[in-house]
Design a binder for this molecule. Structure first.
Ligand SMILES: Nc1nc2c(ncn2[C@@H]2O[C@H](COP(=O)(O)OP(=O)(O)OP(=O)(O)O)[C@@H](O)[C@H]2O)c(=O)[nH]1
Ligand SMILES: [Mg+2]
Length: 202
């Protein structure tokens, strides 16, 4: 099964996207496979509402392990299964907490095995400084190494927030030449375009 991995800085909206994108594709209860840093695995079935309240947070570094779901992507008249993977978010520089550092290194290992990389950037924070999700050095590094993958796209998230349009313009300037899809993980906007991109690359 092809792997599609969501990466990006902490707090940009990766986990909310995973949950709401699954719901958009008709998944009512989510079977989430957790892979922990030390290698153990666990599977849990939860509703999207419960998933949002327990896995999404306004505080950074909520996700500290790999969280994967299997999705059916409609292609022509048929469907193709993919593994959609949510990861621990990056920061610029080195995090003081070893658990966060370990989680980030787990994210790095999974990128190698991925067929599609969805690099999420917070469009609302793109023109702001000092937010955990502000556009930063790590985003330029991701764009550098991830573009060797055929299926690499930037998702400019939080387009529902005031000022995000400006941030989106900045993202387009900074990452010209890359595929950039404006979305709102909260309101499920831009999801059709993401679905088309994924379908084209599996
Ligand atoms: N307004 C708005 N808020 C969003 C959107 N997407 C995510 N958020 C909010 O942003 C915060 C972070 O969302 P998460 O999905 O936990 O972010 P994450 O990238 O998984 O963060 P880590 O797990 O720390 O890497 C939460 O308060 C979300 O409700 C969006 O499209 N619009
Ligand atoms: Mg998360």
């Amino acid at each position: 099964m092809k792997q599609c991995t969501i990466i990006g800085k902490t707090n940009v909206g990766k986990t909310l996207f995973l949950i709401n994108f699954a719901e958009y594709l008709g998944v009512k209860s989510l079977v989430i496979n957790y892979t922990y840093k030390e290698g153990s695995e666990k599977s849990k079935t939860i509703s999207s509402k419960t998933a949002i309240s327990s896995l999404v947070d306004e505080k950074p570094h909520k996700t500290l392990c790999i969280q994967a779901i299997t999705l059916n992507i409609p292609i022509g008249k048929g469907k193709k299964k993919i593994k959609l993977i949510d990861t621990a978010g990056f920061i610029d520089g080195i995090h003081p907490d070893i658990e966060v550092r370990k989680a980030i290194s787990q994210t790095l290992t999974i990128i190698r095995d991925s067929d599609i990389i969805l690099h999420m950037i917070d469009a609302y924070a793109a023109k702001k400084q000092d937010l955990p999700s502000s556009l930063g050095e790590v985003d330029y590094q991701i764009a550098q190494f991830a573009q060797i993958k055929r299926g690499y796209a930037i998702l400019a998230n939080k387009m529902d927030l005031p000022g995000a349009e400006e941030g989106y313009r900045k993202i387009k300037e900074e990452f010209s030449g890359h595929m950039i899809i404006p979305i709102s993980a909260l309101y499920k906007r831009g999801f059709k375009e993401v679905k088309t991109f994924v379908a084209r690359n599996i």
